[in-house]
Design a protein around this ligand. Structure first.
Ligand code: GP9
Ligand code: MN
Length: 634
């Protein structure tokens, strides 16, 4: 007889190793996962193990050999299907599967036909581990009766499995801090957590939002709506429709903070082109404008821009609530005959953009695949901003007009690296390499905007467009306070840190002729109402928390995502009320009325997102759609 005696649990060990190695081989052969260093490769190698130990290990609880074997086969089959499903999906969509994709019914057609088109006979190899396990079961016998494990053995086994999991998570945290709270990118999740853990994480995130959604029935919207209506302002009549019918180009200035504008670093100008715009007759520059992003960084700023809702206190709303109903600016423009798109030379799954853009009704996403990155045209995170702008404008020449095109720049991103030839000014000389390089990449970003304007003029798109530009969030975190103290020539206090959250906001309207610098205190939440009014669109029935910055009635009160706030008179940070003018601590009473309001406003916005409440709202007539007897205040 072929069966010879093997050590106890041999089949289990073979199953784990077979699926583990197969998964790693599939990672390397069927997906293009970018690996930058040995540590990343190592994480990729070990990341399937923890989950496999956990699920295969459950077989240790089975008493009968037969049940145990059946269970091992079932696990191998299920993990193979998950892995292979991703392979087939990836072939077509260049992305990993996430639950919302499966639940977005409009995707089903695509999914079915593309899956069929990308299946081959050789794909049976993806089930190789299953074959190995079947063979092992057939040819390996363990001593009858001792195959069942003792509870001590099982405990030891699961301690080991936990240790592997924490080891993996520890490495992932070292490689990508805050990965679990911020999600970032599916590729990054798979790379660091492994395919199987990634799916569990995805299920967790999605079911958490689904549970909150299921509990909401729309009645919660009554209060939130009352709050919005009570604080609603009339937009400026003078600016209304000033850019009606024009193309709308919105540029996200990556990591650009306002302290770079109209200032110098060791005698060198940091943003000469943007500086010139602050004095330009066709530009309104807002110098007291703040970002309001949270953990979702760029994506949070996009969320604020499109919806005039606050991003979430935890996680990135682009990941956690991509299935929600939104009333985005893109959707409204689309309904008014605009073609809408976003251009960004990065992978489409970063910040879950591909899915979220569909939810926000953005017609097209020009992701990295839409750009040709020539030799020397990539640095740091990807394509350099100058060639990016050149190609973006090229894309615009082919768009149906009028269009709304958003450009997301990338070069001025941490760690702020540049090729020699793109360094147009020197490095700074502080103890922070990050800050030192930041001036150079900001200078490069500025140059790229100059190129964008030139290209638009050359292609004849300039005159009939309006160009809005905003800084998305800080580039220099509080970890660099010492270096910032050196640069600013004053100590960075909580007050200074809050004031450093100012980002530039430009509204450039070719032919406007009355440009000026506006000192109105405002934030990213105000972008949507401001822009929509310029485009001649009515937002009076929309549920939005910002207001038109050009309106006389606009309230100077900006709430940061972390609860800090700024008005024209005070800055509230670190639980201290500061005088905005002097930066000195002021009477707490000056801040008191706003503290509660800041909290309430953030809460209402959060409840709208968590309950997916806009699905109960009809923005045409400003009424709830499900509870007919409740009249909403107008
Ligand atoms: C990534 C880019 C940068 O695509 O938007 O993201 P960030 O880290 O700034 O949020
Ligand atoms: Mn950013």
């Amino acid at each position: 007889m072929l069966k010879k005696e093997w050590p106890k649990h041999s089949v289990l060990a073979i199953a784990i190793v077979a699926t583990w190695l197969k998964t790693y081989i599939v990672y390397k052969t069927s997906f293009s996962i970018t690996i930058d260093n040995v540590l990343q490769e190592f994480i990729l190698f070990i990341n399937p193990l923890s989950m496999l130990l956990f699920i295969y290990g459950i077989s240790l609880f089975f008493k009968s050999e037969k049940a145990k074997n059946r269970y091992l086969i079932a696990v191998a089959a299920i993990t193979s299907i998950v892995l292979y499903g991703n392979v087939a999906f990836y072939r077509f969509f260049n992305d990993f599967i996430t639950l919302p994709v499966l639940f977005q019914t409009e995707n089903f057609g695509d999914l079915g036909s593309s899956a069929a088109a990308s299946i081959f006979w050789t794909d049976l190899l993806y089930f190789a581990d299953l074959a190995i396990i079947l063979l092992a079961i057939k040819f390996i016998s363990t001593k009858a009766g001792i195959a069942a494990s003792t509870s001590v053995q099982r405990k030891a086994y699961y301690v080991l499995a936990l240790a592997v999991l924490f080891f993996n998570l520890g490495l992932a945290e070292a490689e990508r801090p805050q990965l679990l709270t911020r999600s970032f990118d599916r590729e990054m999740l798979v790379k660091n957590l492994g395919m199987y853990n990634y799916h569990l994480y995805d299920i967790y995130i999605q079911s958490k939002s689904q549970a909150q959604r299921a509990l909401a029935d729309g009645s919660e919207l009554v209060e939130a709506n009352n709050y919005v209506r009570a604080n609603q302002i009339d937009p400026s009549e003078d600016m209304k429709g000033i850019a009606e019918g024009r193309n709308l180009i919105v540029v996200t200035l990556e990591s650009l903070q306002s302290f770079t504008i109209n200032s110098e670093m060791n005698g060198q100008t940091i943003t000469p082109f943007l500086n010139s715009l602050t004095e330009d007759e066709d530009t309104i520059y807002f110098e007291n404008f703040y970002h309001q992003t949270g953990l979702g960084k760029t994506s949070d700023s996009e969320f604020l821009l499109e919806n005039s809702l606050y991003p979430l206190s935890g996680g990135a709303v682009f990941f956690t609530h991509s299935g929600n109903t939104f009333n985005s600016m893109a959707e409204s423009l689309g309904e008014n005959g605009y073609s809408t798109n976003v251009q960004h030379a990065n992978t489409k799954s970063f910040w879950n953009r591909d899915i979220m853009y569909e939810s926000m009704n953005i017609d097209k996403f020009y992701d990295i695949e839409s750009f040709e990155i020539g030799e020397g045209e990539a640095v740091n995170w990807g394509m350099k901003d100058i060639p990016f702008h050149e190609q973006s404008v090229e894309h615009m020449t082919e768009m149906q007009q009028p269009f709304y095109s958003r450009l997301l720049t990338l070069t001025n991103h941490h760690p702020f690296t540049l090729d020699e030839e793109d360094k147009l000014i020197d490095e700074y000389d502080s103890n922070s390499g990050t800050l030192n390089r930041y001036f150079q990449t900001s200078r490069y970003l500025d140059e790229s905007i100059k190129v964008l304007f030139e290209e638009l003029k050359e292609k004849g798109l300039y005159e009939n467009s309006i160009i809005v530009m905003y800084g998305d969030h800080y580039g220099i975190s509080e970890n660099h306070n010492e270096a910032m103290t050196q640069y600013l020539g004053e100590e960075v206090t909580d007050f200074t840190s809050a004031e450093l959250q100012k980002v530039p906001f430009f509204v450039h309207i070719p032919g406007y002729g009355e440009g000026y610098v506006d000192d109105e205190v405002g934030g990213q939440i105000d972008m949507r109402p401001t822009i929509m009014n310029l485009m001649g669109m009515d937002t009076s029935k929309d549920i939005q928390f910002g207001g038109d910055l050009f309106s006389e009635e606009h309230e100077e009160f900006v709430i940061f995502r972390d609860g800090r706030f700024v008005t024209d008179e005070v800055v509230y940070a670190g639980n201290v009320c500061y005088d905005k003018e002097t930066g000195e601590p002021a009477e707490q009473e000056l801040c008191a009325p706003y503290i509660e309001r800041a909290f309430t406003e953030l809460e209402y916005s959060e409840s709208i997102i968590n309950g997916d409440l806009l699905r109960f709202y009809d923005e045409e007539d400003g009424q709830l759609t499900t509870i007919p007897d409740v009249e909403l205040e107008q």
